[in-house]
Write a protein that binds this ligand. Structure first.
Ligand code: R2B
Ligand code: URA
Length: 329
């Protein structure tokens, strides 16, 4: 099969030659796309629905004209509603689309999440933790399928606790590691645990790093990301309401993670990686670090500084999307 990578940077700019869903890579994620790049979901039951109600997005396929999503190329997800609104505003400025498109929350009927569209960018919030994130992610994957979007790229913009990197640094995830340090996401399905590999797109991550290197105000690293199922004990904190381990136990765990090249800890990486790769789409995660967990548990940096730091993954993604759009034009 010939290569169908629509490169953002030049092919030779980064080490990995193809995206994970390139048709030249036999099998794997490539099988999950049609030749035109639209998605083929592995669920025959969807075909028998007259109309599919994407409940948390408040959108039903029967009465909505989904063609407005056909040109979506970058599906950007992040925890907070406010941040994803800011990101949509920022992208409208970067792409010069301020006057063309109004920023309306497209999920207004659901009242739970917010979703904005700015040209080829969809900006959606997903809340905290895996169940909240995967609920939105799966509905947006279906939305991209129904809208016949071609080769959409899914990127999570987030916050995290860093490991051995200065607070304010940005980490691009090479993979998601579970709370038991496995490169997988475990989901009980019909009473049995199903294990799914938590793989992200290596080429896309390298392209993001390359773009980030042009920004000198902060450092950006690539490393593994632990996706914990809890903010406190699940991340080895001592400051939750419950704790039965010692400071030494905690430090031994965090140092062990650092030794496994874990650069940050957040709460969605494993499932985000697993579901994007299962959908045959390219996935990447860019998180700013709010503290170095080797030096403490509490997030004590002033909120104004944290808000500034949260703009860092946005700045990187803004540059990446601009490069893509410039190349297309
Ligand atoms: C990072 O920050 C949130 C917890 O404060 C969570 O969504 C995450 O992954
Ligand atoms: N988000 C997390 O999940 N952990 C942190 O330490 C900071 C932000």
């Amino acid at each position: 099969m010939s290569c169908d990578c629509d490169y953002i940077l030049k092919k030779e700019d980064v080490e990995t030659q193809h995206y994970s869903n390139c048709s030249s890579l036999a099998g794997g994620a490539a099988k999950l796309r049609n030749p035109d790049g639209t998605l083929t979901l592995n669920n025959k039951h969807l075909k028998s629905l007259d109309s599919d109600y994407l409940y948390h997005l408040g959108i039903d396929t029967g009465s909505y004209d989904l063609s407005m999503f056909e040109d979506v190329k970058f599906v950007c997800l992040g925890g907070k509603k406010h941040r994803m609104h800011e990101f949509a505003k920022y992208m409208a400025g970067v792409l010069g689309l301020e006057t063309g498109e109004k920023l309306v929350n497209l999920t207004k009927h659901s009242k739970r999440f917010a979703m904005y569209k700015v040209g080829p960018v969809l900006s959606v919030n997903h809340g905290i933790g895996v169940p909240s994130m995967t609920t939105v992610l799966q509905e947006v994957i279906k939305l991209m399928y129904y809208a016949k979007a071609k080769d959409p790229i899914f990127i999570r913009l987030g916050t995290s606790g860093g490991l051995n990197v200065p607070a304010g640094s940005v980490v691009i995830s090479s993979c998601g590691l579970s709370g038991t340090m496995e490169k997988s996401y475990d989901l009980p399905i019909l009473g049995q645990v199903r294990r799914m590999p938590s793989i992200l797109d290596a080429r896309l991550s390298q392209e993001i790093l390359q773009v980030a290197k042009g920004i000198k105000e902060f450092n950006t690293y690539i490393g593994a990301t632990m996706g914990a199922d809890d903010f406190y004990r699940g991340q080895g904190r001592l400051d939750g309401p419950f704790c039965d381990y010692t400071e030494e136990n905690k430090m031994a765990f965090l140092r062990k993670l650092a030794g496994l090249d874990v650069k940050n800890i957040e709460m969605e990486a494993t499932a985000f990686a697993a579901f994007t790769s299962q959908a045959g789409v390219r996935g990447a995660i860019i998180c700013v670090t709010f503290l170095d967990r080797l030096h403490g548990d509490q997030v004590l940096t002033p909120p104004e500084t944290l808000a500034k730091w949260e703009e860092r993954p946005m700045a990187i993604l803004g540059k990446l999307i601009t490069k893509y759009c410039d190349k297309k034009a």
